[in-house]
Write a protein that binds this ligand. Structure first.
Ligand SMILES: [Mg+2]
Length: 396
C-alpha cells in the first residue's frame, strides 16, 4: 500500500475567537480551520483537523518545497511511502522539515498527518483506533465543558448553569481577561462555583499571558501569586497553563507555595523532549497534550509512559472539531486512568460543520468513544468543499 495524496483543506468561516457579551456561547477559531487528508492507492483515507495558523500550514503540507532534506513539504516526503510505517514516517517528517520546523506550524502539520496515518492503520487492520493504539480499556469517558470566561458574574453564572443542565460533571472557563483584576476574578469564580456546587469539577485556564492596555505580556510572579491566592479559595480541580511554556520550572516554584492546587499544562508543547522537561522540571499534576499539535498520536503514546512513571493524569487538550474529540477519546480509552475528556462547547460553525454527525453528551455526562474501524467519525465532504471554496474566494 502506498500514499498517493496528502492534501490540506483550508476552510474559511465568518466568526472570530472570543466570548461575546450577552450571547449564549463563546466561539473557538471560527475564521479559519485546516483539515488534512492522507489518501492511499487502495482508496483508504485518514482525516485530521489541526489547530494552527491554517493558511501557512496549508503551504507546509503541499506548497512549494525545496530539494534539500530539512526544507521539504510533507507531501513531497510522503508520496509513494507505505502509510502503515507510521512511526518511521514521523521520524522522516521531522528530518524533512528540520531546518524550518521542529516545533510550531510544521509540527502541527506533522501531528495531523500522524493522526491520519493512525486512522489508516486502524482501518486497514479492521479495528477501531483505540484498539490499534494498543487496547481499548473503556467505551465512555466523563466530559468537561470547555469554554471562555464571560465578562460578568451574571453571564458566567448563566453559562455555567447551561452546562450543568446539559449534564456536564465538570466545567472549564478560560482566558477572557481572567487573572488581571482580582476583585472581578473573585466575583466571577464565586458565581460559577455557586452554580456548579461543591460536587462538580471547576477547571480554570487563566492563560499564560494577559493583554495589558493593548499590549500582551506574561504575568509577573507577584501577579501570578495573587491570582493563585484568589483561585485557592474556590477549590479548582486544576489551574491550567498559566506559566510561560519555556519556563516549566516556574510551575514547581508555585507548587511549593500552593501545595493545595493542582496544575495542568502541555497544550503548547510538542515532542517527547518537551513533555519530559515539563514533567521533570514543572512537577505538574495533569499533562495536556493536544493531539493536533504535540506531534500526533505517535508522540502521545510516548507521553503515556512518562505519565505512568510520574503518576500524572493525562487529559488531552481538545478544543476544536469532533475530529479532535474523536482522536482524543480513542487515545484516552487506551490509558489506565482517563478521568476527563475536554469537550469544546464553544464550537464555531466551521468546527461544528466538518463532521456528518456531531458527538453528543450522554445524560450522565459521559461521551462515547467512537466504534467501528478507524476513527469512527465521518467528514462532511459537501460542507468541506463549500468552506474550502470560501477560502479560495478570500484569496488564500
Ligand atoms: Mg488551555
Amino acid at each position: 500500500m502506498r500514499i498517493v495524496d496528502v492534501s490540506p483543506f483550508l476552510l474559511k468561516g465568518d466568526e472570530t475567537y472570543g466570548s461575546h457579551t450577552g450571547a449564549a456561547e463563546a466561539t473557538d477559531q471560527g475564521d479559519w480551520l485546516l483539515l488534512v487528508r492522507v489518501l492511499t492507492d487502495d482508496g483508504v483515507e485518514g482525516w485530521s483537523d489541526v489547530e494552527t495558523l491554517g493558511p501557512v500550514a496549508a503551504r507546509v503540507i503541499s506548497g512549494a518545497g525545496m530539494g534539500a532534506m530539512g526544507f521539504r513539504t510533507l507531501r513531497d516526503e510522503l508520496i509513494g511511502k507505505d502509510p502503515l510505517d507510521v512511526e518511521r514516517l514521523w521520524d522522516e517528517l521531522y528530518l524533512a522539515t528540520a531546518y524550518y520546523g521542529r516545533r510550531g506550524v510544521a509540527m502541527h502539520c506533522i501531528s495531523a498527518v500522524d493522526n491520519c496515518l493512525w486512522s489508516i492503520r486502524a482501518q486497514v487492520a479492521g479495528v477501531d483506533l483505540a484498539t490499534a493504539l494498543g487496547g481499548r480499556h473503556r467505551d465512555r469517558i466523563p466530559a468537561y465543558a470547555s469554554t471562555l470566561f464571560r465578562q460578568t458574574p451574571e453571564e458566567n453564572a448563566a453559562a455555567a448553569g447551561r452546562y450543568v443542565e446539559l449534564g456536564f460533571g465538570g466545567v472549564k472557563f478560560g482566558w477572557g481577561g481572567f487573572g488581571i483584576d482580582s476583585v472581578l476574578d473573585r466575583e466571577n469564580l464565586a458565581a460559577i462555583r455557586d452554580v456548579l456546587g461543591p460536587q462538580r469539577a471547576m477547571m480554570t485556564d487563566p492563560g499564560w499571558y494577559i493583554v495589558d492596555g493593548d499590549r500582551p505580556r506574561a504575568r509577573t510572579r507577584q501577579e501570578t501569586r495573587q491570582m493563585l491566592d484568589v483561585l485557592a479559595g474556590f477549590d479548582p480541580y486544576w489551574v491550567e497553563d498559566f506559566i510561560h511554556p519555556e519556563t516549566p520550572a516556574e510551575y514547581a516554584r508555585f507548587k511549593d507555595e500552593f501545595p493545595q492546587l493542582r496544575f495542568a499544562a502541555g497544550e503548547q508543547l510538542a515532542t517527547t523532549w518537551d513533555f519530559e522537561r515539563l514533567i521533570a522540571e514543572g512537577r505538574i499534576d495533569v499533562i495536556q497534550p493536544d493531539l493536533s499539535r504535540c506531534g500526533g498520536l505517535t508522540i502521545a503514546r510516548q507521553i503515556t509512559a512518562s505519565s505512568i512513571a510520574g503518576g500524572q493524569e493525562i487529559v488531552t487538550h481538545s478544543w476544536l472539531s469532533d475530529l479532535l474529540h474523536a482522536y482524543s477519546l480513542h487515545y484516552l480509552a487506551t490509558l489506565i486512568e482517563a478521568p476527563w475528556v475536554e469537550f469544546n462547547v464553544a464550537q464555531s460553525a466551521l468546527s461544528r460543520g466538518v463532521v456528518k454527525s456531531r458527538m453528543s453528551l450522554d445524560a450522565d455526562g459521559m461521551v462515547a468513544v467512537p466504534t467501528g474501524p478507524g476513527l469512527g467519525v465521518e467528514v462532511d465532504g459537501v460542507f468541506v468543499r463549500r468552506a474550502a471554496a470560501r477560502a479560495t474566494e478570500a484569496g488564500s
